[in-house]
Write a protein that binds this ligand. Sequence first.
Ligand SMILES: [Zn+2]
Length: 102
Amino acid sequence: MSDSDRKEPEPMDTSHRITHEQFTRFLQAKAPEKPCPECGVNDWATSQTPGDHRKNPYLQIGLLPGAFTDKVMPLHTLSCRNCGFVKMFSAQLVGDWVKKNA
Ligand SMILES: [Zn+2]
């Protein structure tokens, strides 16, 4: 494999970046809070950007790598504070909703 075959990672796309408050508004409108399907406890945490200690921080965007491709799917997550079960939402879809419902 030569250097020219190696693909450069795509620059981080920050267009999906949203705040905790924006994600909460999205969830209230599109996916109202329900107890965890695994443990039944209703205590969810958003994924916050490390070091962002503001009252309304930006969310940490997760990335789901695709198989047999260099593409990744950006995600926003909610994790159960009791059992660790993780729910994933398309950051593209959430970001589009936030832009349309600013
Ligand atoms: Zn749980």
